[in-house]
Write a protein that binds this ligand. Structure first.
Ligand SMILES: C[S@@+](CC[C@H](N)C(=O)[O-])C[C@H]1O[C@@H](n2cnc3c(N)ncnc32)[C@H](O)[C@@H]1O
Length: 263
């Protein structure tokens, strides 16, 4: 298997905490997509890059069908097996998304959430998903961000670039994956629709709750790029104050792609 997890083991607990919160807070943008692609009535679903399994749990609860979930990280599959222990319709497998262990034309629907940004070769992943979905079946990639489209005010010229792609690139992710979705899906031969899943601006209270829950992840990211404790404290004080004052505006586009395999 050519898959190497990009998050070091020491940071996995923070990462898993972040995924859990993300799953909770993004259900309002994922559920309409699940409705649109008819997930409820699909018989056989594949969720690729399932991570800690919190999004897979939504899929499994939402659908009457059987869900096969794969992730390249053994550690993540172990976490997912605990998260999904009550979902009897889920089967978990360790597998690289770039080489799926299935025959052609097997699944009714294939989902992946926040996977392509982290994949070494997202085109091969989309090609693989296209290969194993049935003709007429659907491939959905949800929550693929584009850090280049991030809006945020009041600004902080020193810190903002870190969260506008630098940190993701340093961790091995592609901060501009959102804008590449159309090319990836069309090149795989799928009839493609692209959209933005989140068209709502969060309130300052929501932004603050998200920040506080993911604080360890943010602080570590800033330390990793060499900021001093003093700089981090100053940034955090100003950021939280702008949220408490109710003046901070954040928007971060999350793209999705729906692809139908031609019959
Ligand atoms: C950001 S997490 C998202 C997890 C989950 N889909 C969610 O939204 O909570 C990305 C996951 O994709 C997995 N992953 C990344 N590249 C992969 C690849 N090429 N093959 C298999 N899994 C991969 C990682 O191990 C990680 O668990």
């Amino acid at each position: 298997m050519d898959f190497k997890p990009k998050i070091p083991l020491s940071q996995l607990n923070d990462f898993i905490k972040k995924l859990e919160l993300q799953a909770l807070e993004t259900s309002e943008e994922r559920i309409p997509l699940y409705n649109e692609i008819g997930l409820k009535n699909a018989n056989l679903i594949l969720d690729v890059g399932c991570g800690s399994g919190t999004v897979t749990r939504d899929i499994a609860n939402y659908s009457k069908g059987k869900v096969v979930s794969v992730d390249g990280s053994k550690y993540m599959i172990n976490v997912a097996s605990k998260v999904l222990k009550n979902n009897k319709n889920v089967v978990l497998l360790i597998s690289s998304a770039e080489s799926l262990p299935f025959e052609n034309n097997v699944f009714d629907i294939i989902t992946c959430n926040l996977l392509l940004m982290w994949a070494n070769n997202p085109q091969i992943v989309v090609n693989e998903m296209t290969r194993v979905v049935k003709p007429g079946g659907t491939v959905l990639a949800s929550l693929e961000p584009d850090y280049g489209g991030k809006l945020h005010y009041p600004e902080n010229p020193k810190i903002d670039p870190i969260f506008a792609g630098k940190a993701i690139r340093k961790k091995g992710g592609d901060p501009h994956i959102g804008r590449k979705l159309r090319l990836l899906f069309v090149k795989a031969g799928l009839l493609t629709k692209i959209g933005i899943g989140n068209n709502r601006i969060w309130t300052c209270e929501e932004d603050k709750a998200y920040y506080l829950h993911s604080r360890d992840f943010y602080i570590k990211t800033m330390k990793d790029v060499g900021l001093s404790e003093e700089e981090i404290d100053k940034w955090e004080y100003e950021y939280l104050k702008s949220l408490d004052d109710g003046i901070q505006l954040n928007f971060f586009p999350q793209f999705y792609a729906i692809g139908i395999k031609k019959k």
